[in-house]
Each structure stands twice: as C-alpha cells, then as structure tokens.
Design a protein around this ligand. Structure first.
Ligand SMILES: NC(=O)c1ccc[n+]([C@@H]2O[C@H](COP(=O)([O-])OP(=O)(O)OC[C@H]3O[C@@H](n4cnc5c(N)ncnc54)[C@H](OP(=O)(O)O)[C@@H]3O)[C@@H](O)[C@H]2O)c1
Length: 298
C-alpha cells in the first residue's frame, strides 16, 4: 500500500480508501472483508450517517472497534431524515451538525471522528454558520479534521476561502472529468486533499450494462469501458486502469472505492502494484473520450 498526507492534516491515508456505501446490511463476511482490507494496508474508511439510516456507521463501528486507534474513520453530515422516514432534507445548520455528531460517535463506537465531512453543500447555505459548527466540534475534540464532499466549484471556492477544510471528496473518473476544469488545480495549490469517488463509475467502466452517464450517452460509456479494457492487456485489469487513470492527476490523495466483496477488494488493492499509465496511454485515452464540463454551480 502507499500512503499520502491528507491535505494540511497530520493524517497519512492509504491511497486506496474503503468506500463503505456498497456494503449490505447483515453481510455475513463483513468482519473478514474489513480485516482483509486492514491486513492489506487500507487505513481509511468512508461512511455517512445517511447510508442505510445510520446502519452503515454501526456496521463499520463494530468491525473497526478492535483496531480503532490505527485507523482513520471519515463520516458525513448534513442530510436529515424526515420523521416519517420518507426521505431526507438538506440541513447544514450549526445546531443540526452539533447535534448529529453525537449519533455518529455512538454508532461508530468511538469518541472522535478523524474526518467529518459536510455531505454536499449549496451556495445558498449559511456557510459561515456551517463552518462554525465544524470548528466548534474540532475544539471539543469530537472531530480531528473536517472537509466537504461536494462537486460544486462555487461551493468549493467558498470553503477554500473561509474555512480550514483538509479535504474535498469529489466524483472523478474517465467519465466525469469536471473536476479537472478548475477544482483539482485549485485544491492542490491550497494543499487540500482530494478524495476521488466514483472512480469506476459504480461499475459502468467495468462490467455493468452501459447507460447514459452525466452528459455521456450510453455509447460513450461503452466506448470508455472498451478503451480501459484495451489499454489493460496483461499489465493491469480494467479496474486497475480506471483507478490508475484517476491517480494520473497529481492532486488526488486517495481513491475512495466502493467495495462489497473480497474479490473486488483484492483486485482494487493490486492497483497500487500495477504499472502506472504511461503518458502516451493517458493522452490516447483522453483523446478518445470527450471531457465533460460544469453547466451549473460554476
Ligand atoms: N456524495 C458523497 O459524498 C458520495 C457519493 C457516492 C459515494 N461516496 C463514497 O464513495 C465510495 C465509492 O463510490 P461509488 O460506490 O459510487 O463508486 P465506485 O467506487 O465507482 O463503484 C463501486 C461499485 O463498483 C463495483 N465494483 C467494485 N469493485 C469492483 C471490481 N473489482 N470489479 C467490478 N466491479 C466492482 C461494485 O458494484 P456492486 O456492489 O454492484 O458489485 C461497487 O459497489 C462510496 O462507498 C462512498 O464511501 C460518497
């Protein structure tokens, strides 16, 4: 495994982070899967209070408990379930964040969260108030660092200016290159870590039947998957090429990959030892798949 400093924090995270959203409630092999990930050097786990209404945090808390001190847990806040459970509403208020951390700490069976992330964000939010909530929790020792999970350039710019975020989680892959337009360079310049998610487009870049994705028609999605397959040959698998593509950008601290099975885990981990994409391979790839750009939230 390789490790990288997460922005200005003192945390060294594994370049492959474990995205916990894919885990299934009651999954019988969970402890084995998590232990295998830790045994292979993964030290960073990403969950959210939203996933399965808190059950995902509970699953992670129970399985990471024994090795808690050696690991880094990231979770998220900002989406409030309606009392009738019919869905959730966006709530970035200070009161809600301060109150929500208690539930996450309890479900995670810990007394501190390494990285507490705002689970979204809009330009219309009371941003200073939201930041105040994270600063307060940091002073109280309930969180070590905070970040945002946002793909909106206008929101990211405000947090860079006004807050002490150490990271931004962004969707980034061969099929979603919007972060390249502005955000990746800006974050790198400000020494803020980038946690790339959706690096295999939830499987569309590998083996899932092609569908439209963002502004790409299904034909482009199939073409991207075919290209990844063709550049892989015996050197890598398509999964490793897809994650390798993301690692080609120097700003990326870690890929937060959605893992559900041991086979998926082992294939993803081997990305670290597989040959990096050569400059020529990378350039050929981006010539063949058109980049996409932000239309909103610029
Ligand atoms: N807004 C946010 O903050 C936000 C949003 C989305 C995700 N996330 C975080 O980012 C993580 C990753 O996101 P993601 O799940 O959308 O994206 P992803 O990593 O692109 O896709 C993960 C999915 O790809 C499939 N997969 C994994 N390994 C594979 C392999 N070796 N071969 C073939 N298929 C494989 C699995 O699908 P199957 O389970 O169907 O096999 C898995 O669920 C999440 O777990 C979560 O922690 C955050």
């Amino acid at each position: 495994m390789q490790y990288r400093q997460l922005g200005k924090s003192s945390i060294q995270v594994s370049r492959i982070g474990f995205g916990c959203m894919s885990l299934k409630p009651g999954q019988p092999d969970l402890q084995h899967l998590i232990d295998l990930a830790i045994g292979n050097g993964i030290n960073f786990f990403d969950t959210a209070d939203l996933y399965n209404k808190g059950l995902n945090e509970e699953m992670i808390g129970a399985t990471l408990k024994q090795k808690r001190k050696e690991l880094y847990i990231a979770t998220k806040v900002g989406n409030q379930w309606r009392p009738d459970g019919s869905g959730w509403d966006w709530n970035p208020s200070k009161a809600y964040i301060i109150q929500s951390v208690e539930g996450s700490l309890k479900r995670l069976q810990t007394d501190y969260i390494d990285l507490y992330q705002l689970h979204g964000g809009t330009i219309g939010d009371p941003i200073d108030e939201t930041i105040e909530a994270f600063e307060t929790l940091q002073k109280q020792g309930k969180i070590r660092y905070y970040g945002i999970s946002s793909i909106r350039p206008n929101v990211i710019r405000e947090y860079i200016k006004r807050s002490n975020i150490v990271s931004v989680m962004m969707q980034y892959s061969l099929l979603d290159r919007r972060p390249e337009e502005e955000c990746l360079q800006l974050l790198e310049k400000n020494n803020i870590g980038v946690l790339a998610r959706g690096t295999i487009a939830s499987g569309l870049l590998i083996n899932k039947p092609a569908t439209d994705y963002l502004d790409h028609p299904a034909e482009t999605v199939s073409a991207a998957a075919r290209e990844l397959e063709s550049i892989s040959l015996r050197e890598r698998t398509a999964v490793q090429s897809a994650i390798g593509f993301v690692f080609s950008h120097t700003s990326i601290t870690a890929a937060i990959t959605g893992i559900r099975t041991t086979d998926q885990l082992l294939e993803i981990i081997k990305t670290i030892d597989s040959p990096t994409l050569s400059l020529k391979t990378y350039q050929d790839l981006i010539k063949k798949i058109p980049p996409n750009f932000y239309k909103d939230h610029r």
